[in-house]
Design a protein around this ligand. Structure first.
Ligand code: CA
Length: 240
C-alpha cells in the first residue's frame, strides 16, 4: 500500500483529502503545517507528499525546498495561485507536479498515481530513498533539529516557525553545526571550515556563538540547542 503525507492547514480540506486517498488504497499520514511536514518526512519514509503551498508557518516554497533538502520523495503541490510564473517557480524548486485549487478527488488521485508511476522507476538520488540530496555546489543539506530548521540553499533559518535574522557568519555557523547535529565540533574545525581564515582566534567563535545563542533565545548557562562540551567544542542538539 503506497503511503502519502498530506500537508494542509485547513482541517476540513485535510479531512476530505485523507478520506479520498484512503478510499483509493493509500496509507495516509497528515501534517497541519510545514514543520510538522518536515518532521514527518525526516522520521518515517513516505512514498509521496501532497503539499499545500499556503501554510501558516513556513512559506510553501521554503517548505518544498526544505523537503527537497532532506528527501527525494515525490511532491505534488496544491496551490491556490493559478499563475504561470508561480507554477514554474514551484516546479523549478523541485515539485513533481501541481494541482490548482479547487480540485476534485478524482484529479488528485489521477495526478498522484501518475507521479508515483513516473518516480518509482527512477532510482533514488541518495544512497537510499529519503536520503539527503547533496550536490557539489550545495554541500550542506537542509536540516531540521527540534523546532529549528536550517536551509543552506535558501540561506534561511526558522525557529518554531519564525524566521531568524542572522548575519552571514551567524548563518554559516548555524548551518555548519546543524549539518553536523549531534556531533561535537571543535572550535578549530569551525575556524577552518566556517571562517576559512588563518588569523582568527577562538574568541571570534565565542562572540558569534553567544550572539547566535541570544537569537535562539538561550544562554550558555542554560543551553537548549547549542551545548558546549568543555575543552572539546560545540554540539547542536534537539532540546530535551
Ligand atoms: Ca492553506
Amino acid at each position: 500500500m503506497p503511503s502519502v503525507l498530506v500537508v494542509e492547514d485547513d482541517p476540513s480540506i485535510r479531512q476530505s483529502l485523507i478520506e479520498v486517498l484512503s478510499e483509493h488504497g493509500y496509507a495516509v499520514r497528515s501534517a497541519a503545517d510545514g514543520f510538522g511536514a518536515l518532521r514527518e518526512v525526516t522520521q518515517t519514509p513516505v512514498d509521496a507528499v501532497v503539499l499545500d503551498l499556503g501554510l501558516p508557518d513556513l512559506d510553501g516554497g521554503d517548505a518544498l525546498r526544505m523537503i527537497r533538502g532532506i528527501s527525494s520523495v515525490p511532491v505534488l503541490v496544491a496551490t491556490a495561485r493559478d499563475d504561470e510564473s508561480e507554477i514554474i517557480k514551484i516546479l523549478n524548486a523541485g515539485a513533481d507536479d501541481y494541482l490548482v485549487k479547487p480540485f476534485s478527488g478524482g484529479q488528485l488521485v489521477a495526478r498522484l498515481s501518475a507521479v508515483l508511476r513516473r518516480t518509482s522507476h527512477v532510482p533514488p538520488t541518495g544512497a537510499a530513498a529519503g536520503a539527503p540530496v547533496a550536490t557539489a555546489a550545495e554541500p550542506l543539506r537542509a536540516t531540521v533539529v527540534g523546532e529549528l530548521a536550517v536551509d543552506p540553499g535558501a540561506r534561511t533559518a526558522y525557529l518554531a516557525g519564525r524566521e531568524l535574522r542572522l548575519t552571514r557568519r551567524e548563518f554559516d555557523l548555524l548551518a555548519f553545526l546543524a549539518h553536523h547535529s549531534g556531533q561535537v565540533v571543535s572550535k578549530r574545525r569551525l575556524l577552518s571550515e566556517v571562517w576559512r581564515e588563518p588569523y582568527v582566534d577562538d574568541q571570534t567563535v565565542d562572540v558569534h556563538l553567544s550572539s547566535l545563542r541570544r537569537k535562539l533565545g538561550e544562554r550558555a548557562a542554560a543551553p537548549r540547542y547549542l551545548l558546549t562540551v568543555r575543552g572539546v567544542g560545540i554540539k547542536l542538539v534537539a532540546p530535551r
